[in-house]
Design a protein around this ligand. Structure first.
Ligand code: LHY
Ligand code: ZN
Length: 157
């Protein structure tokens, strides 16, 4: 795996919708997943979306962990979500600090749904549904926005 360049906010790819993955089993997709993870870890990130590494595909990695950028982040094993679909999100919202690897040196309080239910394909092609809340739900919403060409500054009140 290799660390990939991360698109800056002015790159058109970050403002376009990404395409569904047709076949998760191809070597190219499996390699992209590995490269996204090492790229995320090298940047001390807690999440990343494929368009950020110039791949217009509906793939996100959610990898919350305490680190210098988010000391209070919960620890979880990184999860690759392919073709994620948010099935439901709570009316209850909460505001919290967000940053973006494509919008360096910028933090803002963003209002997000407190809980959500998401359906996605795993990297082995199984369809999974799961419920998330709090900071991890926030990361998921931030990453799914990337798949629709939305950056977090567009979510500010
Ligand atoms: O740019 C990304 N992901 O797209 N990475 C963000 C993810 C994120 C999302 C929500 C709240 C905090 C952090 C990061 O700073 O690691
Ligand atoms: Zn981002």
């Amino acid at each position: 795996p290799r660390i990939l360049p991360i698109a800056a906010a002015d790159e058109p790819i970050l403002h376009q919708p990404a395409h569904a993955v047709a076949d998760v089993s191809t070597p190219a997709i499996q390699r992209l997943l590995d490269d996204m993870l090492v790229t995320l870890q090298a940047a001390n990130g807690v999440g990343i979306a494929a368009p950020q590494v110039f791949a217009p595909l509906r793939i996100i990695i959610v990898a919350s962990r305490p680190n210098p950028r988010y000391p209070d982040a919960p620890l979880m094993s990184p999860i690759a979500m392919l073709n994620p679909e948010i099935l439901w999100q709570s009316d209850t919202t909460c505001s919290g600090w967000e940053g973006c690897l494509s919008v360096p040196d910028t933090r803002a309080q963003v209002k997000r749904a407190e809980r959500l239910r998401i359906s996605y394909l795993t990297r082995t092609g199984e369809r999974v549904e799961a419920t998330y809340s709090g900071f991890v739900a926030r990361i998921i919403q931030h990453e799914c926005d990337h798949l629709d060409g939305i950056l977090f500054p567009e979510r500010l009140e």
